[in-house]
Design a protein around this ligand. Structure first.
Ligand code: ADP
Ligand code: ZN
Length: 746
């Protein structure tokens, strides 16, 4: 690994590479003006000319990547054609570690490195607008070896020891010198830049504030994780345990150890906006709330958080995927909670899996990473199996709470009345719980009233004009909505095809329809509906959760947001309306995902003294997923999954990369896909499936075709993809998206 020290400027260079946050294939070369010749260092934020514009970028330097990942070197440009850097901005430089991480993610995902940089810079650059983002202070006397020029003397006189920080502009004006003099003194260890602005709003979490009492395998696991943190070296550990076994409690012990060392910890949660209870929990343990990072925190909080993370004053950052691209002063621990969650995969822009890239980041930071889950992904289990990851297991729920009993309702034997969706068995069970003053939950992972609207006269189906999808009726809003794009339209009175009036019928249930049914079955119950479109944002979620905890709600009806790690002590019954829902389709992980989701939903029941029960409505009760949910034997289920994937070299026993070809013009998409098909790579352990129309063949008006590259595990897909894509030229209307390790096959 090439490490460039931030303190040592490059030996008087005439040219440097600058990475711009733009979709170019590589960094661009620029000439270094005389004024910066002795002080410019990799990581510095600079302004450069690009065409007629000014762009902000970062001085880059080739990092050493694994052979398979390394992109080909860019073409040399003659020195005479280079344009000079305009200026260096007064911002903290990007650390070598973060720069290497950016290169790594770009190389792995085949995204333009500038687009990965853009994710890291998004907040960094905002600091620019606050004039006094960085201040300079004196930290020492000049060493003997430093030649004391009049200019340097003037700076030292202007900034005595102990003086308050001043900006670069103030300092250079007061001393009557150029920027490079100040930089030179900083490089010699006499001055130092620091972030100014308001005092950090992030109080330090206290690792000794309120530690839990740990016994048995909790104690063992906590000791192990503390030891990993103490090693100050990379390691990866799977922390596995049923819901309620204390995984969170235990990984917070690792955070405590990291805090005791004065280092920083990064915790990635799958749905940060839904994590109000988690934040409270953290505050109970450490006395203060952590710094939070996700797309919905405001501009100002963003800037402060970024700066506090950069200067090390924010000790614990809890964030969504994007927190991976923050700049840490001293990262000592990474946690990924619910590591199996598909939301860690970003599907737009740079397509990356935050769980996997978190492992890379931890490795580069020489820090341990902990992956926590009740139902770990097959990928992670395989990494345990092959010895790459360590494994800690918590076997029982804390405090002796029992795991809920899971039972199947065979919908063929106990069907609901015509036009309804709740089996009499489920209705009775809910009534019993409500009668005892306990809470119940109905889960259906589908928003809206009905997923399909059909004309009874001619059979016409209401479809999205821009996508290959049915429109979902949202009865409360009186619209039909596409769940793949923003299209909505009023529910028509007459069939648009045959003109028949009052002939359109809602087919199948969404949670609005289940709510309607529940209101008539349980007229006295206080019902709360929880879906991403009825409860949006952290505040509304926290309020809803508060109501449930205070028992102001009897029956909760929700989509997958109710599955998140909520602790509802009075909830004793979970009814899953359609347990088979996720099992259709072409997704190789359909079984695994359904099992994970339903187990997580089930885990909401019986978290306190009263035992919980889970009822699964299914038309395929013999399915291995249903059987695993009843028996609770996930290890056996996952072993079977593994056996099914092994022979075909499906992940994690082989590697996948998808190419999604799309165009507004169907023929253009077909042509491009065909060309890719013709030049598809082949060889031992290399195979290409497709091209085929994507399951969502039209999305937002773009026609989509898919190709899937599958290789044996010991063959990296990146060089193959680079060569393949390099052979084909596409017309400008065609876009090819690369998805390495795809988890969506739509
Ligand atoms: P998981 O993350 O595995 O679902 P949690 O860490 O959320 O489990 O623990 C479940 C519940 O039990 C939480 O309310 C937690 O505070 C409590 N708990 C777990 N372990 C302990 C412990 N050692 N002492 C006190 N409370 C605990
Ligand atoms: Zn649509």
């Amino acid at each position: 690994m090439v490490q460039s020290s931030l303190l040592e400027p490059l030996p008087s260079r005439k040219r440097v590479s600058v990475l711009l946050p733009l979709p170019f294939p590589c960094a661009l070369d620029y000439a270094v003006p005389q004024s910066l010749a002795d002080s410019l260092a990799p990581g510095d934020v600079v302004v450069v000319p690009l065409g007629g514009r000014r762009e902000t970028g970062v001085v880059w330097e080739q990092t050493v990547l694994p052979v398979d990942l390394a992109p080909p070197p860019p073409p040399e440009i003659a020195a005479s054609r280079l344009r000079p850097i305009k200026e260096r901005l007064d911002l903290p430089p990007l650390s070598a570690e973060l720069r290497q991480f950016i290169d790594w993610v770009a190389a792995y995902t085949l995204a333009p490195p500038g687009m990965v940089l853009a994710m890291a810079l998004r907040s960094h650059l905002r600091g620019e607008q606050t004039a006094a983002a960085v201040g300079w202070v004196r930290i020492g006397e000049p060493p003997e070896s430093l030649r004391m020029t009049p200019a340097r003397r003037a700076v030292l006189d202007a900034l005595p020891q102990g003086a308050a920080p001043v900006t670069m502009a103030e300092l250079t004006e007061k001393a009557g010198v150029g920027v490079s003099v100040v930089r030179g003194l900083a490089d010699a260890g006499v001055l130092k830049s620091m972030l100014m602005g308001p005092v950090s709003p992030f109080a330090e979490p206290d690792p000794f504030h309120n530690p839990p009492v740990l016994e048995g395998d909790q104690a063992t696991a906590a000791t192990e994780l503390r030891a990993r943190v103490d090693e100050r070296a990379f390691s990866a550990t799977l922390l596995e345990g049923v819901t309620g076994s204390g995984k969170t409690e235990i990984y917070l012990e690792a955070v405590a150890e990291c805090l005791a060392q004065g280092r920083q910890a990064l915790v990635l949660l799958p749905e940060i906006a839904l994590s109000a209870q988690w934040m409270d929990r953290f505050a109970r343990r450490f006395g203060v709330r952590p710094a939070v990072w996700h797309s919905e925190i405001g501009q100002k909080a963003r800037r402060l958080t970024w700066a506090a993370c950069e200067d090390g004053s924010a000790k614990v950052i809890v964030g969504a995927r994007s927190a991976l691209f923050m700049s840490f002063r001293d990262l000592g621990l990474v946690i990924v909670d619910e590591e199996h969650e598909a939301v860690f995969k970003q599907e737009e822009g740079v397509t990356y899996n935050a769980r996997d890239m978190a492992v890379v980041r931890a490795r580069l930071a020489k820090a341990p990473i902990v992956l926590a889950s009740a139902t770990p992904s097959l990928e992670t289990l395989n990494n345990v199996e092959t010895g790459r990851y360590r494994h800690l297991v918590l076997t029982a729920r804390h405090g002796g709470a029992a795991m809920p009993e899971t039972h199947l309702i065979d919908m063929r034997e106990n069907p609901p009345p015509r036009g309804l969706f709740l089996s009499p068995v489920l209705v009775e069970a809910v009534k019993t719980r409500l009668g005892r003053g306990e809470q119940a939950m109905l889960f259906l992972n589908r928003r809206g009233y009905a997923p399909l609207t059909l004309c009874r006269t001619c059979g016409h189906r209401m479809e999205c004009p821009h996508c290959t999808s049915w429109l979902v009726e949202h009865r409360k809003k009186h619209v039909l909505a596409c769940h793949y794009c923003e299209h909505t339209e009023p529910v028509p009175h007459a069939c648009p095809t045959c003109g028949a009036e009052d002939s359109l019928t809602a087919i199948g249930p969404g949670i609005e329809r289940i709510t309607e049914e529940a209101r008539s079955e349980f007229p006295d119950a206080r019902i709360m509906v929880m879906a991403s479109d009825t409860i949006s944002g952290p505040a509304a979620t926290a309020e809803a959760v508060g109501k449930i905890s205070r028992r102001e709600v009897d029956l909760i009806i929700g989509t997958q947001i109710v599955a998140k790690g909520w602790h509802f002590p009075h909830l004793t019954l979970v009814g899953v309306v359609d347990a088979d829902l996720g099992l259709g389709g072409a997704d190789l992980r359909a079984g695994e995902r359904t099992m994970q989701l339903l187990h997580q939903v089930a885990g909401r029941a019986g978290r306190a003294e009263a035992p919980g029960e889970v009822l699964l409505q299914s038309f395929t009760p013999e399915h291995p997923v249903m059987q695993a949910l009843v028996s609770g034997d996930f290890a056996a289920f996952m072993a079977e999954e593994a056996d099914q994937r092994k022979p075909g070299f499906w992940p994690p026993f082989g590697r996948l990369a998808a190419l999604i070809v799309s165009s507004e013009n169907a023929d253009a998409a077909d042509n491009a896909a065909r060309q890719l098909g013709v030049s598809a790579p082949h060889g031992n352990g290399i195979e290409v499936l497709g091209p085929v129309p994507a399951p969502i063949a039209v999305l937002r008006g773009r026609h989509r075709r898919r190709l899937l590259l599958r290789t044996h595990r010991n063959i990296a897909v990146q060089p193959i993809l680079r060569r393949w894509l390099g052979q084909v030229t596409f017309t400008s209307t065609v876009r090819v998206d690369v998805d390495v390790d795809p988890i969506s096959f739509m």
